[in-house]
Design a protein around this ligand. Structure first.
Ligand code: OOB
Length: 564
């Protein structure tokens, strides 16, 4: 078995050897140990859906608006859709970019592609041509699933644009109520055929791809196997003590790991509960759904938690069914954390996690202080955690250090990224998370900061390097550095600090327009622009982002000059 950093090594344990070139698996002896410990059970996600349908039959699996879908119907829809994808030329091993909002079709298409032997690649609904083109190229996707329009955006026009310069992308499938789609595109309703016998995917194979929050110019693809994700949903459902009485409200976009499988949508289905898909994240609309459907738990980023806590003071809705609010994805201040339980009348759970794997949760047995001030402890006894200094030497408990992790649901390598993998993993397979954490004496983790150059804006991860590259490519500037500025509601906002080429100093609207025209997703457009004569450098000659952020923050708060 080759190590992380190699390209083309097979996913460990698959009987045929190479399954999906470009993925790094676990070493054979580690895989065996994960099986022996019962973490990996050799069950594919599609076989789980089949067993859920058998066990929970007529119970409601999904609710969206007035639509309610039973477990048996979900399984049957997936069978028809899988046969339909095969009939439309999707074959085992194919990658298909899945870009849909929180609608039942997301769940159906996900399982149908898996059943057809293909691998969904989760795109954000917020992504635009720039990001989708990249995902298609890296994954070698042959298909793209989109809504016709969503929140006023014309996805068909974007998909046409992407297809023009992505020759492997053969098929675009469109979710629409009117059956009218652009020339050459396929309405999703036509991805439907009488069920055919399809072989079960091997559980040790890659099932689907999540996207990394990214430190690099473009998001990396995270291969998740059936075995590792099945374990994640089962174990996280146990941590949250989910049962078939639970009703999950999926508010965050379900293409994120957090609402999809921590325990989220899949963890709820695993125990026979009901998932309510919320199309809108507006707090009052969510409260109406909580009341109507008897929602028992949900997952939020701190920005949304803050809106819920504020709104709960005025609502007339009955929120008494809520028993658990998970908050994660970005730093939750102890001040806000302390307001969640009193305002919403239910337990708070802090979740510190990553699409790459590791999940930490505070537990229902923890005292209030632990829940308010820590990000909890790892989900699995199989999670191996190291907190180290710059020389990779372990630091004592209580001291902050870099968080490294390996375990039964943490990746060993990004897809087709050998150079990046070489420094994103240690030689013995630990993933370098880029987070700075400290251990408390009780064994909980507290996130102290980040070593990676990522800005977390309202829970959305923005790679500074990506925006810097775009700014340099598309604007007449000599240098560009993107930094995060503290923000009351979003946690951080982005500021593009530029060194002008000549007298020309594009202002904020011009900068935004230039990036928007290149098909960059809206959430990545800078919130502010500032000009400096030169970027400050560290002694090693790298841009000193800390100094720069401090300088820009002072200017921004004084309201003078520089920032627009
Ligand atoms: C979740 O996943 P990603 O992949 O979008 O982002 C991961 C990064 C972490 O490395 C850390 O930098 C940050 O987001 N983060 C937190 C945090 N939870 C995530 N920073 C401070 N406090 C927290 N509680 O964000 C994610 C995936 C699964 C569950 C929850 C969150």
């Amino acid at each position: 078995m080759r190590r992380a950093g190699d390209c083309g090594s097979p996913v460990s344990g698959h009987p045929d050897g190479t399954v999906l070139a470009g993925c790094t698996g676990w070493p054979d002896e580690t895989a065996e140990a994960y099986r022996a410990s019962g973490y990996w059970r050799g069950e594919s996600l599609t076989s789980l859906l089949r067993s859920w349908a058998r066990a929970y039959g007529e119970r409601t699996s999904l609710v969206h608006g007035e639509r309610r879908i039973s477990y048996a119907d979900l399984d049957a829809l997936v069978d028809r859709s899988a046969a339909g994808f095969r009939a439309h030329g999707i074959t085992p091993g194919d990658r298909v970019v899945l870009q849909l909002p929180n609608v039942p079709e997301f769940v159906v298409v996900y399982f149908a592609l898996l059943r057809a032997g293909a691998h969904p690649v989760f795109a954000l609904a917020a992504h635009r041509a720039n990001e989708i083109r990249h995902l298609c190229r890296v994954s070698g996707a042959v298909g793209h699933v989109i809504p016709k329009r969503h929140l006023g955006f014309d996805f068909e026009a974007m998909a046409e644009q992407v297809q023009t310069d992505t020759p492997e992308l053969r098929s675009v499938f469109v979710l629409t109520s009117d059956e009218e789609v652009a020339d050459g595109f396929v309405p999703l309703s036509e991805v439907d055929a009488d069920p055919v016998d399809l072989p079960e995917p091997d559980a040790s194979d890659v099932a689907f791809f999540l996207l990394s929050g990214g430190t690099t110019a473009m998001p990396k693809l995270i291969p998740r196997t059936h075995d590792d994700y099945a374990y994640q949903i089962r174990a996280s459902a146990q941590v949250c003590r989910l049962s078939e009485e639970d009703v999950c409200l999926a508010v965050l976009p379900i293409e994120f790991n957090f609402p999809w499988g921590c325990p989220g949508v899949l963890g709820t289905l695993d125990v026979g509960g009901t998932v309510v898909l919320a199309g809108e994240a507006v707090a009052e609309d969510c409260f109406a759904l909580v009341e109507r459907e008897g929602v028992t738990f949900t997952s939020l980023v701190p920005t949304l938690a803050r809106l819920w806590v504020d709104e709960a003071r005025w609502t007339r809705r009955d929120l008494s069914s809520l028993r658990l609010i998970q908050v994660g994805g970005a730093r939750l201040t102890p001040q806000l954390a302390a307001r969640v339980q009193p305002a919403l009348g239910c337990r708070l759970q802090q979740v510190f996690g990553m699409a790459e794997g590791l999940l930490c949760f505070t537990r229902d047995t923890d005292d209030d202080d632990t829940v308010v001030t820590t990000q909890g402890s790892p989900m699995s006894p199989g999670d191996e955690i190291r907190v180290v200094d710059d020389a990779d030497q372990e630091v004592p408990v209580g001291r902050p250090g870099h968080l490294l992790v390996r375990g039964p649901y943490t990746l060993r390598g990004y897809f087709r990224a050998p150079e990046h993998n070489a420094h994103a993993f240690t030689d013995d397979g630990y993933y370098r998370t880029g987070d700075i954490v400290r251990h408390t004496a009780e064994g909980n983790l507290v996130v102290e900061g980040r070593a990676k150059d990522v800005i977390i804006r309202g829970g959305d991860k923005i790679s500074a390097a990506e925006i810097e590259e775009l700014l340099l490519d598309h604007l007449d500037v000599v240098q560009a550095a993107v930094v995060g500025l503290p923000d009351e509601l979003l946690g951080e906002r982005t500021c593009a600090v530029l060194v002008a080429a000549a007298d020309n100093r594009p202002d904020l609207p011009q900068v935004k327009r230039a990036l928007h025209a290149r098909g960059v997703a809206d959430y990545k457009l800078p919130d502010r622009v500032a000009y400096v004569d030169a970027l400050p450098l560290t002694p090693l000659g790298k841009v000193d982002k800390k100094a720069l952020a401090a300088r820009v923050a002072v200017t921004a708060s004084s309201g003078k000059g520089l920032c627009t």
